[in-house]
Ligand binder design. Structure first.
Ligand code: MN
Length: 498
């Protein structure tokens, strides 16, 4: 389901025609070698494409406009090998509309002490040329990523790789289409928001459909297709009857299989990548979509419960940004549900009524069938599991009335201390950074929601850079957070983002 273009990044080296052909040929040779070796590192999620050295206003402007027009180009990496007078860059930068990185590197790692002369210095002056270029980008208030260090350093390559995922998130954000088959849950504030502003800021299309249109698509799924999917479920997951009649249990599971197929066909037909539902608005559906939604999330769809289209879009965005990642640990919607406040064991039990993505599961996944305490439908089947240990980020995008704010909390996911045999939903359990109490206080001061878009596979820096590229505020709750400073951050945001 995660459909993405074969994105590439352009590598543009700046110079000028003052240095003579011999110097410029070395500049080109060096930048080609850097591009080749970066591509061969095996660490980059996308290919880098070398471009001829940029030495004139005309060429710079033309190259940036070609980058704009090339559908596969997800951003430009710039580097000044020599000195490139930065007024030459103004027109090109003014017209450039894609993610920009300034790689502040130089070809040689060490100063060649024995042989260095003025010719060498004039040819290798990134320390000097990159400052001239950086100045104009700052003066023009253009959002860009600056990465400093030798291009062969694994840390530098890791930063380029990480930024590429952010850049693809920036590019793909404007293709996200969210289907609402239910409105926001009545009276709930934090899941609401300005959909027009979200389309202006993020490019998201958020459209409503009557629930019974998708319910018709579900009803149209044949019994044989449904049964084939039920067989797949029974092969893949443990079946926990818990005293229920096996045939009756299977009929409940089949309802979810039919919903999965009907929803997926409807989403594909209408070209949507994320969906919201609401337990209180199910039309002709026999069960709240549980297992069905969990499977769709696993396939790469975004999801938000109770009409929460912001979370649906964010989950989709994070799934795109982590697509194809080696050893990915998963991305899901989650909800802060219940605390453990025992000293030294503090944490937040994360769950939802049903809809947690199985990509975050650790160990076996079971199907259970249990009544819902809310709503008026038959007992829905759902996937139940616990989640992986380790570091992750929980994000909440909120609408403050005049603007959006992205709250990003680093969290440490842990095993539940004990089994919870009576809890029939998938869970995660984490302790927010810097500690349970500061983390929760900061989250509440920032206005963070109870629904989050969570991932093990992205960093706060990546999501913060995405937010900055969208022109919205990002606030970080992590090991450095102190409430007094955090409140100042929020106050600064009030002034800066209007
Ligand atoms: Mn909820």
């Amino acid at each position: 389901m995660i459909v993405q273009k074969k994105y590439q990044f352009w590598f543009c080296t700046g110079s000028q025609d003052l240095y003579g052909d011999e110097c410029l040929s070395k500049v080109a040779q060096h930048s080609r070698q850097i591009v080749d070796e970066l591509n061969q590192s095996g660490e980059l999620p996308y290919e880098i494409v070398w471009k001829p050295t940029l030495i004139t206003n005309e060429l710079i402007r033309r190259t940036f406009n070609e980058a704009n027009a090339d559908e596969n180009c997800a951003g430009v990496i710039t580097w000044m090998h020599t000195f490139s007078p930065a007024k030459s860059w103004i027109l090109g930068l003014q017209e450039f509309r894609k993610p920009l990185m300034h790689l502040h590197t130089q070809f040689n790692e060490e100063i060649p002490y024995d042989s260095i002369d003025m010719d060498f210095m004039n040819e290798n002056q990134s320390a000097h040329g990159d400052r001239e270029y950086g100045h104009i980008v700052s003066r023009m208030r253009i959002e860009r990523k600056v990465v400093a260090g030798h291009w062969s350093d694994p840390i530098v390559i890791g930063k380029i790789a990480s930024w590429m995922r952010t850049a693809v998130g920036i590019m793909e954000s404007s293709h996200i289409r969210v289907m609402r088959v239910a409105d926001n849950m009545r009276n709930v504030a934090v899941t609401e928001g300005d959909k027009v502003e979200a389309q202006i800021k993020f490019g998201w299309e958020v459209d409503a459909y009557p629930i019974n249109e998708i319910a018709e698509s579900v009803a149209a799924v044949s019994e044989s297709d449904t049964n084939a999917l039920v067989d797949e479920y029974y092969d893949r997951y443990e079946i926990l009857l818990e005293g229920r009649d096996p045939e009756e249990f299977k009929r409940h599971v089949a309802v979810q299989a039919q919903i999965e197929l009907g929803f997926e066909r409807f989403l594909v037909e209408k070209n949507y990548h994320a969906i919201v539902t609401h337990f209180g608005d199910l039309g002709a559906l026999k069960q709240l979509p549980g297992l069905a939604i969990q499977r769709l999330m696993e396939k790469g769809y975004g999801f938000g419960a109770e009409g929460d289209w912001k979370v649906a879009a964010m989950v989709r965005l994070m799934k795109i940004m982590t697509a194809g990642m080696k050893d990915a640990k998963g991305t899901s919607m989650l909800e802060d549900y219940t605390y453990n406040l025992v000293k030294g064991k503090e944490g937040i039990l994360q769950a939802h009524m049903l809809e947690i993505c199985p990509t975050i599961a650790d160990g076996p996944i079971s199907i259970k069938c249990q009544p819902l305490s809310m709503g008026d439908r038959e007992d829905p089947a759902r996937l139940v599991f616990t989640s992986k240990e380790g570091h992750g980020i929980a994000t909440s995008l909120i609408d403050l009335g005049n603007r959006f704010r992205l709250i990003i909390n680093d969290v440490e996911c842990k095993k539940n201390e004990k089994a919870m045999p009576k809890l029939p939903v998938a869970t995660n359990f984490w302790t927010p950074e810097p500690d349970m109490y500061t983390g929760a206080e900061a989250w509440i001061l920032a206005g963070g929601a109870h629904h989050t878009a969570f991932t093990y596979d992205l960093t706060a820096e990546q999501m913060g850079d995405w937010a900055n590229a969208m022109g919205i505020e990002a606030v970080y709750i992590d090991k450095d957070t102190k409430i007094r400073d955090f409140k100042k951050d929020l106050m600064l945001g009030e002034i800066f983002y209007r």
